[in-house]
Structures are given as C-alpha cells and as structure tokens.
Design a protein around this ligand. Structure first.
Ligand code: 48F
Length: 253
C-alpha cells in the first residue's frame, strides 16, 4: 500500500504543478485580498493559481484585532460577504463583525469552489521580466521549506498573463520587481500611519495595475502608493480583491 500512496501523490501532485506552470493569473498570498480576487477571477473563467508561503491560508485574518476573536467590515463590503455566504453581526454605525475562522474558511472555499488552485508552502521568489515593451511575464517560485532551511536550491518558473501582489504589508513582489528592474519605473512610496476611514476607500481606489503584467491588491496597495494603513477592518481588503478581478478581466479580455 505504501508504494501506491507514494505513487498517487507524486503522480497527481506533479501533474498539478505541470498543469499550473502556465496560468492566466498568478496570485502571491492567500490572505483576504488574494483569496477574494482568486474567487472572482475564477468565477470569470480565468485559470488562477495562488501561491501561499505558509501551510495555511487567511494571512492576517486569524489574529482578529489584537487577538480578540473578531474582525470588522463596513456596510460597503456586505455584498462581498454575501457572495461568500458569510454570517455577520451588526455592531454599530455601518459596522459589522465576523468570526475570523469563518472568514478564513469561507474565503478559501469560495476561491476553491470557483476553480482557483491554491498551493501552500510555496513562495514567490522573483519575477520574470521582458523589455521593449517592459512587462512581467511570470515568477520564480520555491518551497518555503527551502527558504526556511536556507538551502541553495534554484527556484522554478510559472508563466502568467497577470501577476498579483497580495503579499500584505511588505508588498514583497512589487518591491522585488522595482528593485531589480529600474526600467519598470515603479516607485514605492511606503505605507503610512493609521487612518482607517481614508485608507479603506483609497486602498480600493488605488487597487490595480502597477506595471504591464503586474497588479497589486490588499494592504500591499498602501505600501506601493504611500497610503495610510487601516487596522483590523477588512472590508477594504474584500473590496480591493473584487475590484482587482474586474481590472484584470478588462485587461485580459
Ligand atoms: O497579510 P495578508 O492578510 O494580506 P492582505 O490580503 O490583508 C491584510 C490584512 O490581513 C491586514 C490588514 C487589513 O485589515 O491590515 O493585515 O492584504 O496576507 C498576505 C499573505 O501573503 C503571504 C503571507 O504568508 C500571507 O498569508 N505571502 C507573503 N509573501 C509571500 C506570500 C510570497 N512572496 N509568496 C507567497 N506568499
């Protein structure tokens, strides 16, 4: 039986990696913004893969606000919450609370049921770039275990029409693209201090294309465009993920 177990996972696992080495949309990060955009993009018929550095999804959701087991969304995000069949409770002027485990689970189920592929324990290490015209055409990725063990193991490639930075506060992918490729003319402003009301609106407004083939969603938008952060309110993350799916749909169709 052991032989069959090993063969089953090697065959199907490697077949999946082969199948997803070329995609329409590659999303780095399975936090709220990445999972939301994965669902809406897969719903629109795009081939979507999400690479998540950790062995679990949800990003910053699990810790709630200050480890208090609730997160907050605002009225504007209720339609997205409904799309994911989330249960929410009114908690004051235009604000609603959600249990973090429910948000994590239902965002992931939404993305998976729509047809997105999620690969856990894998991180985006670098971008693949072409010039004249300047564009990003994919990534180099590797297993997080390799990164943690500090091993020198070369990463491999995934080709994408659209690469999405949903990596959170550090905007890791946009940083790498900007630092290694001055030709792309990407200027990183750095995240500013908290102003929830303003940030929740601006993060959605600025969600979109950073360079040809490269997009940003979620809190990473703040780091790229010098916007204030917002704390444990997540409506902007959901709305940013949804908006990004619309932007990419327009660009790819
Ligand atoms: O940090 P994260 O939850 O980003 P987000 O979707 O949401 C932000 C909120 O959680 C919160 C906030 C708003 O209220 O301020 O912080 O913008 O999820 C980012 C995910 O990306 C993974 C990381 O492990 C996390 O799960 N990640 C980071 N770098 C990489 C990565 C990488 N290079 N490759 C793959 N995954």
């Amino acid at each position: 039986m052991e032989l069959e177990i090993g063969k089953a996972l090697i065959k199907d696992g490697l077949e999946d990696l082969y199948e997803y080495s070329e995609v329409d949309v590659l999303i780095a990060g399975a936090g709220p913004s990445g999972l939301t955009s994965a669902k809406y993009l897969a719903d629109k018929g795009f081939k979507v893969v999400v690479y998540e550095r950790k062995l679990s999804f949800g990003g910053g959701i699990g810790g709630g606000g200050n480890l208090i087991p609730k997160i907050v969304i605002q009225e504007e995000a209720i339609p997205v919450a409904e799309d994911f069949k989330l249960r929410y409770k009114k908690a004051g002027q235009g604000l609603y609370t959600i249990d973090p485990p429910e948000l994590i689970a239902k965002l992931a189920v939404g993305a998976l049921d729509a047809g997105a592929k999620i690969i856990l324990g894998a991180y985006v290490h670098d971008v693949i770039v072409r010039y004249d015209p300047n564009r990003i055409i994919g990534v180099l990725w590797n297993w997080s275990a390799v990164e943690l063990a500090n091993l020198h193991v070369d990463p491999i490639y995934t080709q994408s029409k659209a690469l999405v930075d949903a990596t959170g506060h550090g905007a890791e992918i946009v940083c790498i693209a900007a630092q290694k490729n001055p030709e792309l003319n990407i200027k990183l402003e750095g995240e500013r201090s908290n102003w929830s009301e303003v940030s929740e609106k601006l993060v959605v407004e600025y969600t979109g294309k950073v360079a040809e083939g490269l997009y940003v969603t979620g809190i990473a938008v703040c780091a790229v465009y010098g916007l204030p952060r917002m704390g444990p309110i997540f409506g902007g993350m959901l709305l940013s993920g949804k908006k990004l799916a619309e932007v990419i749909e327009k660009d790819l169709k």
